[in-house]
Write a protein that binds this ligand. Structure first.
Ligand code: CTP
Length: 398
């Protein structure tokens, strides 16, 4: 993935430097040629020996012990990308003001390649106006900033300031510098999970959809470069936290409104949610008390989101629906494809054991509006998501 790419990794004095060890490992494993520069303070946090062993290159620290100034200049010219991870508050301030009291800063000031930083600091420091100004300043120099994460901090407090995880940093480099992704610049909309239609404040009509398929599709679209909005009903599965815009909804009506809000600017819409077809006509404001007789709940039809999107579809938009069937699978799926004006419909049959709701696997057939049919084996939902997204790319973006 990063075969032959030259990464100059600057490590500064921060507890998060322990993550840099794994970061070097990941970069080397991906095929990159990695050279590490540490600030003198970074040595207190992580061993140069470990880093030189993993990077297979000497670790550079001292401004004056190195052979010559031109070496420092050459480091910045050698690299395809200079990555500072973790970036401490102190080094950030020095970068912003152009100071040069160590080798890392000398290489930074000499770098002709793109510079990316992954800051790490405690929340108070992160939120300080001085930090904000310094970040804005280096951003104005053209440096890129990988956002910090929320979580447990070295101080023991919880908040913003954690360095991004090494996997995300590698992904950031791939996304921004080394990969041309087929869906780069495209916007995608995915619905996932069930909807809950309230009967009263404690009861609802729902279904067994876990949301796993839609979440896997959202992740795959993101992997292929799309900017993804995931509109999720009340799912059991864990929702993505990075890089995907997640909108949580409960009812079919809320899902409809959320979809309409983004559809106009969407290139690809994949409706994998199991939207309730009916909702109670009235929702009781108080809990309905048990009576001797039966209980009638009058239902009214929800809006068919896929169908409404199909009616609004403009040229160039790709609309994909799902069909979950128990009988006459193929005929029903093809009928839905036409009736809802979709471009593709993904059929999963509840007759296939291991497919459909709740499972980690799925078996699908994709029908296209030009009469195409693509059959796939039983696979993990992430692999099925890849098949679906690859089919879209092959048909519409190759
Ligand atoms: N769908 C939707 N909005 C609804 C109902 C369904 O967007 N109110 C979408 C689903 O997300 C899926 C497709 O329509 O992509 C097919 O859903 P399904 O329930 O199988 O089809 P229905 O049209 O509801 O037909 P039926 O229940 O009669 O099979």
């Amino acid at each position: 993935m990063l075969q032959g790419k030259k990464i100059l990794l600057g490590i500064t004095g921060s507890i998060a430097a322990y993550k840099s060890v794994y970061l070097v490992r990941l970069l080397v494993k991906a095929g990159a040629d990695v050279k590490v520069i540490m600030t003198p303070a970074a040595k207190d946090f992580v061993s140069p020996l470990t880093l030189s062993t993993l990077s297979k290159n000497p670790v550079l620290i001292d401004l004056f012990a190195e052979q010559s100034w031109s070496n420092h200049v050459m480091l910045g010219r050698w690299a395809d990308v200079m990555l500072l991870a973790p970036l401490s508050c102190n080094t950030l301030a020095k970068m912003a003001s152009g100071q040069c009291d160590n080798l890392l800063l000398a290489a930074y000031l000499s770098a002709t390649c793109p510079v990316v930083v992954a800051p790490a600091m405690d929340e108070d420091m992160w939120l300080h106006p001085a930090t904000k100004i310094n970040l804005q300043k280096i951003e104005s120099f053209g440096n890129r900033i990988i956002p910090v994460e929320k979580g447990e901090l070295a101080s023991g407090l919880f908040g913003d300031g954690r360095m991004a995880e090494p996997e995300q940093i590698v992904q950031y480099l791939l996304d921004n510098f080394f990969l041309t992704r087929p869906l780069a610049g495209k916007k995608a909309l995915v619905t996932a999970g069930p909807t809950y239609e309230p009967i009263d404040p404690v009861r609802f009509i729902g279904n067994h959809s876990s949301g796993k398929m839609g979440i896997a599709i959202a992740r795959e679209l993101q992997q292929q470069g799309a900017e993804v909005t995931l509109i999720a009903g009340p799912v059991q599965a864990e929702l993505p936290v990075n890089g995907i815009i997640v909108k949580k909804v409960k009812t079919a009506a809320e899902m409809f409104t959320a979809c309409m809000g983004v559809y106009a600017t969407t290139d690809i819409a994949i409706m994998s949610a199991a939207v309730a077809d009916y909702t109670p006509m009235l929702t009781a404001t108080e809990k309905i008390k048990k009576k001797e007789d039966g209980l009638m709940v009058e239902l009214t039809k929800t809006k068919d989101i896929l169908k409404e999107l199909g009616e609004k579809k403009r040229k160039g938009q790709v609309l994909v629906g799902f069909a979950l069937e128990t009988n006459n699978e193929e005929a029903n799926a093809k009928e839905k494809l036409v009736r809802k004006n979709a471009d593709l419909i993904v059929l999963n049959s509840l007759n296939d054991s291991g497919a459909g709701f709740g499972h980690d696997t799925n078996k699908v057939t994709i029908f296209g509006k030009e009469g195409q049919e693509f059959n796939f084996e039983m696979k993990s939902k992430q692999a099925v998501a890849k098949d679906i997204v690859d089919t879209i790319i092959r048909l519409y973006y190759a």
